[in-house]
Design a protein around this ligand. Structure first.
Ligand code: AMP
Ligand code: ZN
Length: 444
């Protein structure tokens, strides 16, 4: 699979991360189902936006994009996004782009404009528009667009290679085509086919990439090779803020770092971004993020409870519950990644398991079975990062817990409650269960 990666001109916002997390979920689900996945994600490190950004900071393009690429990898790791197999950078694949453009010129699909740039002639590719379903018959022949991003109504011959202009400053390559730089679209055609072949299975990106970016990728690649480019296109819908697409240019965005500074839990952010079906829009809100945080906690709590479970057997019921959730979760995910239905069945299961734990009706053996199922689901969702990690308590807290145990034994509930409050103030939550006292560390 090939997924359009970040344009490294700024910190990625959480709308961008909605795309990357959806792709991560898709990849993890395919692997769960036994597919061998090769994942390529490019970094767009030369385009209109990166050049402009580096110039405004008066630093070389590479220094500028390296900084944001590093930030992207840090954020992606914090959000538990599995790394791709290859992260090709556009600036390191210019020779491949040049060869592709030369092929297009040789085959009559591309021509040099009077500005010295090379353009793709969309009327030479009759299937142009097949992905985004635009009608191109009434276009002005030969009308050209040089910028990377433009609207559907402006569909025109687009730049494959941009001849150098003074605005590009020192960003250029001396090539057989002309002194200049690649257009954004050719970058993804060249890099995807280099690592995945002329025809590959899956290509993803946000819906805003469908036109012109992916439409142009298809035109360039299929015109050059004469073969189908991609078997399945998956486009995620946008993350919105008050009904409007979250985007840098609208100023209505949060970067992952903005939310981290506010103390938001990365796993709650991840859960929020993956829990709506990828083809549905939804609004980012802090209430939504709170709900996501409780969902993650519910899941991690039940996993923690199961680690301590050692009750009587729940009997046949346990097997039925396990089979049922396996089927419901799996069927939903197999149905175009219907994660909201999958999660609903998962949380029904969690509720049932909690009820059984409350009555001490899960044996050690059953708990291990349930835990292994939940761990497999969590390998797909990637939202419970801490479950395996045994936390240790500060000595002072251990002493308070011991004192509280003493108080409970003598039925001194007042002291026990006061000690619980004292522990809570230290960030230690204690719970009294059938299996005894359990504790956990409160998340920030
Ligand atoms: P960019 O860094 O602008 O190239 O975008 C990286 C990815 O984020 C692309 O797949 C975009 O389609 C996607 N994207 C941008 N804005 C949003 C949004 N508000 N919601 C979901 N995906 C988005
Ligand atoms: Zn792309």
């Amino acid at each position: 699979m090939y997924t359009c990666g970040p344009t490294v001109y700024d910190y990625a916002h959480i709308g961008n991360f909605r795309a990357f997390i959806f792709e991560d979920l898709l990849k993890r689900w395919l692997k769960h189902r036994g597919f061998k996945v090769t994942h390529v994600m490019n970094l767009t490190d030369v385009d209109d936006k990166t050049i402009k950004g580096s110039q405004s900071q008066h630093i070389p393009l590479k220094q500028y994009t390296d900084f944001y690429a590093k930030a992207f990898f840090e954020d992606a790791a914090a959000l538990n996004i599995e790394p791709a197999d290859v992260y090709p950078r556009a600036t390191e694949h210019v020779p491949e782009m040049v060869i592709l453009i030369e092929t297009l010129v040789a085959k009559g699909f591309a021509y040099k404009g009077d500005d010295g740039s090379i353009y793709f002639a969309i009327n030479k590719f009759p299937e142009y528009g097949k992905l985004s379903k635009i009608q191109v018959h009434d276009l002005k022949a030969g009308a050209r667009v040089r910028v990377d991003e433009y609207a559907k109504e402006e569909a025109q011959d687009f730049a494959l290679w941009k001849a150098w202009t003074p605005e590009d400053g020192d960003v250029y390559w001396e090539t057989e085509l002309a002194k200049g730089r690649p257009g954004w679209h050719i970058e993804c055609s060249a890099m995807s086919m280099k690592y995945l072949g002329e025809t590959f299975d899956i290509h993803c990106g946000g819906v805003d990439n469908m036109f012109p970016h992916h439409e142009n990728e298809i035109a360039q690649s299929e015109a050059a090779t004469g073969k189908p480019f991609v078997r399945y296109w998956l486009h995620n819908e946008h993350l919105l803020v008050e009904g409007k697409k979250m985007a840098k240019r609208f100023g209505n965005y949060y970067t992952f770092r903005d939310l981290q500074k506010k103390g938001c839990d990365p796993m709650a952010i991840r859960y929020l971004l993956l829990s709506t079906h990828y083809r549905q829009q939804f609004n980012f809100t802090f209430e939504g993020l709170e709900a996501a945080k409780s969902a993650v906690e519910r899941l991690s709590n039940v996993m923690r409870r199961l680690q301590d479970a050692n009750g009587k057997s729940g009997g046949e019921k346990i097997g039925q519950l396990i089979n049922n959730v396996e089927k419901c979760f799996g069927d939903a995910m197999d149905d175009d990644l219907n994660v909201s239905v999958a999660l609903a069945s998962l949380f029904d299961f969690v509720r049932d398991v909690n009820n059984l734990l409350d009555t001490n009706a899960i044996s050690k053996k059953e708990a291990i079975q349930i835990l292994s199922l939940l761990t497999a689901f969590n390998e797909v969702l990637g939202v419970v990062a801490e479950v395996e990690k045994k936390e240790s308590l500060p000595k002072e807290a251990e002493e308070l817990i011991a004192k509280r145990e003493e108080a409970r034994k003598t039925k001194d509930w007042k002291t026990a409650d006061a000690l619980r409050q004292q522990l809570k103030a230290m960030g230690v939550i204690v719970e009294d269960t059938q299996q005894g006292v359990r504790w956990k560390i409160e998340k920030p």
